[in-house]
Design a protein around this ligand. Sequence first.
Ligand SMILES: *Cc1c(COP(=O)(O)O)cnc(C)c1O
Length: 376
Amino acid sequence: MKRPGLNTQCVHAAHAPDAAVGAIAEPIYLSTTFERGADGSYPRGYRYSREGTPNRTALEECVAALEGGAGAVAFASGLAANMAVLDLLGAGERLVAPGEAYYGSVKQFRDVSRQRGALLELVDGSDPAAIRAAVAGRARLLWIETPTNPLLNVTDLEAATAIGHDAGALVVCDNTFATPVCQRPFSFGVDLVVHSATKYLGGHSDVLSGVVVVRDDPALLERLRAWQRTAGSPLAPFDSWLLRRSIATLGLRVRAQCQGALRIAEFLAAHPAVERVFYPGLTSHPAHALAAAQMHGGYGAVLSVCIAGGAEAALRTAGRTRIFTRATSLGGVESLIEHRASIEGPGSRTPQNLLRLSVGIEEPEDLLEDLAQALA
Ligand SMILES: *Cc1c(COP(=O)(O)O)cnc(C)c1O
């Protein structure tokens, strides 16, 4: 049988009626411990919930199927998932990562590399020549985030992966913004995908979580599972259940959110109170052609705008929205607007007049009207 379509996978991957009673909704197994057989073995595969629970297994198999990987490992946050990958970095080894990326990830790269005596090389991820120069010789890890948070820069996945592999590096892609609905990094040869599942996979702003997916290396998958046990930071059964439940509608949500985001980006690009819009779906975006080639079904549903008149004008605009809620984070069904520099805090390089918008599933007409009155 051919690979099922996106929504079929979202609903059915790693999900079947419960064998015991035929329940259609997956039961939640809160038990921390599992019964041994009379001979001391564990005939049903589970022993202790830090090592594995049925709800986490179902979630991990579902995300692995969506990304097209061999296996996945779920953690209690996106940064905990990053940490599992960064644990591969030894003293004296080099991590090459984008300087413009999720603020918390870049801070984590700095802290972890300093603590481990590893070398950190921050580069412009949209420039393959800069990546080539940074990995020259040898690198342990090449980290990609595309599109980036919050400036929506795009990395050429095929070119960057080839450059990373030439330098002997494992290539990691943070696929939080695009989700497997819009981008499948494994089809470009990337070795590992990480997600802040808190965002689109969860989709309802109610579960903090992260996932690492391994393309095909069983030893690497086992090493990440070992870290999950060592660090003691797996995703809990209820959170795993919430996430698996949300993924059933991932395709529907993300496709609708992308359509809304494109309309909003086009509206804002033509608005006199807006200096600049950052969204790879706009033909004016410097990497639009690249994004069109490596993404499918949409360009994501986060966009950023610089408001004419500086930080004050930006804060005033955010202060007037009625449907967009002023809050950090992204990927939920509800639209959010955020003055990004002030949450990133001191040292932020994000423009002071930048607002980041996460477009939800509300009717695009209502969102457009809300922004029009806020900008008036
Ligand atoms: C939010 C985010 C993270 C961090 O995830 P948490 O779940 O908040 O720990 C990592 N990468 C990107 C791109 C993000 O947006």
